[in-house]
Write a protein that binds this ligand. Structure first.
Ligand SMILES: [Zn+2]
Ligand SMILES: [Zn+2]
Length: 258
């Protein structure tokens, strides 16, 4: 079996709780069939570390971008993002998007940052990793306005309703489910996951955050994408192996990997 964790933050894992080293984390992932992972950039300050992890491990890829909730670091320009992304192991622009949950006041700066990421994605031809929280309408509007359908991408850690999922898929986006889909109170999200066509689904951990059941409350790690995939397989009433194969194919198609 071969699974992909389409979204994790390897540079933020709680290593002392996970065997002490990244090699231990990788061994655990391998033991649960996780063969590839995308380590997602959150700010420019930590991008070099993210990229070096992708260079250190053959099966780890990187993205270039600044998270919508990052306020203290450097503000990325279009050319700067395109330059950072100019590396064979960088396969996406993000994570970017809008987060109206953690941020208050006039959020025009967030929308401007999002627009610059989409411009960089179009310039480089790389797909987008989109984070959206309490901001579905503006997120879809800006994706549409800035021509994001030219490059496509993924709505990561999806928690929206079916209408939002459909609108994103109409723009050529994939829907990525995280450990949230295993949470007891997530019945509405499970309904969305059930309706989402198999050829549009990705799975992720967003580790170190959002640890799936049965490890909820413990530190998350890429290996646990196994439990997310298991939940999706159950919802679609198909074997785990089929979900693994399908989501891996989807990942490779979206990010242009063999
Ligand atoms: Zn996110
Ligand atoms: Zn993330």
């Amino acid at each position: 079996m071969y699974l992909v964790d389409s979204h994790c933050h390897l540079d933020r894992l709680d290593l002392p709780a996970l065997g002490g080293t990244l090699d231990a984390v990788m061994a655990r992932a391998e033991s649960l069939g996780v063969g590839r992972m995308l380590c997602v950039s959150i700010n420019l300050e930590h991008f070099p570390e993210v990229l070096s992890l992708a260079h250190r491990y053959d099966h780890v890829y990187a993205s270039a971008g600044v998270h919508p909730s990052e306020r203290d670091g450097a503000e990325p320009g279009v050319e700067e993002l395109a330059t950072l992304a100019n590396d064979p192991k960088v396969i996406a622009i993000g994570e970017t998007g809008l987060d109206y949950f953690y941020n208050e006041g006039d959020l025009e700066w967030q929308r401007e940052r999002f627009r610059r990421h989409i411009a960089a994605a179009r310039e480089t031809g790389l797909p987008l990793i989109v984070h959206t929280r309490d901001s579905q309408e503006d997120t879809l509007k800006i994706l549409e306005e800035e021509g994001a359908r030219q490059v496509g991408g993924v709505m990561h850690c999806f928690t929206g309703d079916w209408e939002t999922a459909q609108a994103a898929m109409d723009l050529g986006f994939y829907i990525s489910f995280s450990g949230i889909v295993t949470f007891k109170n997530a019945a509405p999200l499970r309904e969305v996951a059930k309706k989402t066509p198999l050829d549009r689904i990705l799975v992720e951990t967003d580790s170190p955050y959002l640890t799936p059941v049965p490890y909820r409350g413990k530190p998350n790690q890429p290996a646990y994408v196994h439990y997310v995939a298991e939940q999706i397989a159950a919802l679609h009433d198909i074997p785990l192996e089929q979900i693994a194969r399908q989501t891996t194919e989807n990942f490779n198609r979206l990010f242009g990997l063999a």
